[in-house]
Structures are given as C-alpha cells and as structure tokens.
Ligand binder design. Sequence first.
Ligand SMILES: Cc1cc2nc3c(=O)[nH]c(=O)nc-3n(C[C@H](O)[C@H](O)[C@H](O)COP(=O)(O)O)c2cc1C
Length: 209
Amino acid sequence: MAKLLYIETSPRQARSHSTAVAETFLAAYQAAHPDDEVDRLDLWAENLPRFDGEMLNAKYSIMHGEQPSASERTAWAEVERIFARFNAADKYLFSVPMWNLGLPYVLKHYIDIITQPGLAWRFDPASSSYEGLVQGKVAVVFASGGMYHPGSGAEALDMQKPSFYNWLGFIGLTDVTTITVAGTLFGPEATAQARRDGEAQATQLGAGF
Ligand SMILES: Cc1cc2nc3c(=O)[nH]c(=O)nc-3n(C[C@H](O)[C@H](O)[C@H](O)COP(=O)(O)O)c2cc1C
C-alpha cells in the first residue's frame, strides 16, 4: 500500500484550475489504487511556523556540527515534524499556480522549512556534491494565466516551472510527471479548452501513477 501526499498551493479553492485538475488526477488515482492512502495538505489551511532567526540558527548549528541551544532545538523540532509528514509519502501530487512568474509564497515558505541538511539533502565531502535524500515519484499540475511553452516567446520569463523542477531535483525527486493548464487569462473559451486538456491528461496520468 503506497501513500500519496497531495499538496495544494492555490488559495482559490473551487475557482482554482490547478486544484480542480489535481482533484481529477486524485479521483482517477484513487479509483485505480483504492487501497492506497492519500494525505491532503492544503498549505493555506496550515499554520506554518515563521522561518525565522531561531530556525536559521538551528540550521547553521546543525550544518556546522555544533550543539543547538534549547530554543534552537524547539525550533528544529517543528522543522522535523513538518518534514516527517512530507517524507512519509511514496508519491507526491502538487497543484501549483504561477504567481508573478514564480511560485506562490506559501509554497516557497513550505520549501524553506523542509529543505534542510540531513533531512532533505546532504553534502558529500568525498565528491564535493549535494545529494537529495527524498525518494518518490511526483506529479505536478501547473496553472498560469499566460503561455510560457517553448516557442511562445515568453519561456525565458517562466520562473515557476524551472525553479520548482530544480528544487525537486535538489532534494532527490527526479521522476516527475507534469500537467500544464496555461492561458487561463485568455478568455473563457481558451480557459475551458485548457481545463478540458488538463482534465483529460489528469484522468489518464492519475490512473497510471
Ligand atoms: C498573485 C497572482 C499573480 C499572478 N501572476 C501571474 C503571472 O506572473 N503570470 C501569469 O501567467 N499568470 C499570473 N497569474 C494568474 C494565475 O497564474 C492564473 O490565474 C492561474 O489560473 C492561477 O492558478 P489557480 O487557478 O490554480 O489559482 C497570477 C495570479 C495571481 C493571483
């Protein structure tokens, strides 16, 4: 029995295209894998702790092999708790809208909390390289108002998909399936078509995930 973690990052709920297509993916996935466990994480419903000085001090104490103080240990326990839920999954589904060419800040906040040395990644002195410590396969539903596909002339502006793929790869998640719902600000017809295309892909990919 596998465990899938669904991370929702749009706050728009019923109006959200990325959430709707991710729900279609999930329905197909659950029909095909009725015994699997699905954990839903709505980042807007979470009260994520501030990633502040105390957490950073804890991070640097650990990175430098120093003994963290009592308050640093308290802050780090929060990091470990949030990371443990993330790391407990075998499969990941993210719904990710484009905000100002990049990621919604709540997703960046979550990334900053869980991307920690010794948890999500480690530095290997022998090879002088970083190694991701998270395992699993990933499906992402991206949504954007504009179009940023290769040949669109706008691809260089897209900091949503490249930054997200880079982060996934950095923590070890390289088996990634993507669905893109693009052009949701190009009028009702273009939006309906983008949704239909996304839903069709989600139905097919979710069943086989
Ligand atoms: C704060 C904010 C910033 C946005 N910035 C961009 C942008 O830079 N480029 C773009 O193509 N669309 C942008 N959009 C449009 C959204 O990407 C688009 O509406 C998408 O459908 C949102 O995903 P959702 O429907 O899942 O919430 C922005 C939307 C919001 C709310």
